[in-house]
Ligand binder design. Structure first.
Ligand code: SF4
Length: 270
């Protein structure tokens, strides 16, 4: 994996994600290299294989500092496109320095990550008046996780991070997705998530933006070739597969007293 240091002209961009006013992404590229990632299409990535190059926005804190003096206060989503706690953050600490500024200006923050590196910043989180930390969970099986999210933290580390944050009183949430048909173990996952104490769960299907089908179908062929016709049916033809899965999740979350929301933000675009 290579790093490149880049300079940016803006820090906060308007966000149309539910509950967020601004998006802040300290890195372009993501070494977590998830097989289902559609970020390359979102940012029009044309710099080689996703996961092999990460561009660190080294002047982001300076630009953010200026913007925070003039922008209207609003909720900042940290890591809306790429993971803010991917391994490069250990070296650059751009996310941490941005969080320090957001805290000084008392902007509400919502973080999303697949990395237990997020625990490094617990001291900062404690000083925020309004912060939520979201951890993405896709499987209970680390052998599957290794194949679909090779650069991200293990399943165990993510659950530990979630629990540790929840236990000390930081508001946490879980992004449960993307749900991989016939692979994601929905009910045991909800049991495990409920035990880790998040405030709520956002559930999402697999989304096939540019290039994702190619990577997913390659993964399915090597994981279990017999699943391929089923995936083609679900994703390439009209199919109701997710309706039943979502119903199961809603029922199970109700049983566990867990607030749950099905993400349909991009439904119309698919
Ligand atoms: S963590 Fe997010 S941005 Fe990074 S590779 Fe995975 S899906 Fe893409």
């Amino acid at each position: 994996m290579d790093n490149k240091e880049i300079l940016v002209k803006t820090a906060l961009s308007p966000s149309r994600l539910h509950g967020l006013d601004y998006a802040l992404n300290p890195y372009r590229g993501c070494e977590h290299a998830c097989v289902y990632c559609y970020a390359p299409a979102v940012i029009h990535w044309n710099k080689g294989k996703w996961g092999e190059l990460v561009e660190a926005k080294i002047n982001l804190p300076r630009i953010l500092s200026k913007e925070l003096n003039v922008k209207k206060k609003g909720v900042v989503g940290v890591g809306t496109v790429t993971d803010p706690y991917q391994p490069s953050e250990k070296k650059y600490e751009i996310t941490r320095r941005c969080l320090e500024l957001l805290k000084i200006h008392d902007f509400p923050v919502c973080i999303q990550t697949k990395s237990s590196l997020v625990l490094r910043d617990i001291d900062l989180f404690k000083e925020f008046s309004n912060i939520e930390v979201g951890v993405t969970i896709t499987s209970l099986n680390d052998r599957i996780r290794e194949r679909i999210e090779p650069g991200a933290s293990s399943v165990k580390e993510r659950f530990q991070a979630l629990k540790e944050l929840s236990d000390i009183g930081i508001d946490t949430w879980v992004f449960l997705g993307p749900l991989l048909p016939h692979i994601t173990e929905v009910e045991p996952l909800i049991d495990a998530i409920a035990d880790a104490g998040p405030k709520y769960v956002i559930v999402d299907r697999l989304r096939l933006r540019n290039g994702v089908w190619e990577h997913i179908s390659e993964f399915i062929k090597s994981y279990d070739l017999q699943l391929l016709p089923e995936y083609e049916m679900i994703f390439l033809k009209s199919n109701d597969y997710y309706r039943e899965v979502f119903e199961t999740i809603i029922r199970k979350c109700r049983e566990k007293g867990l607030k749950c929301e099905i993400n349909n933000l991009y439904e119309k675009e698919l």
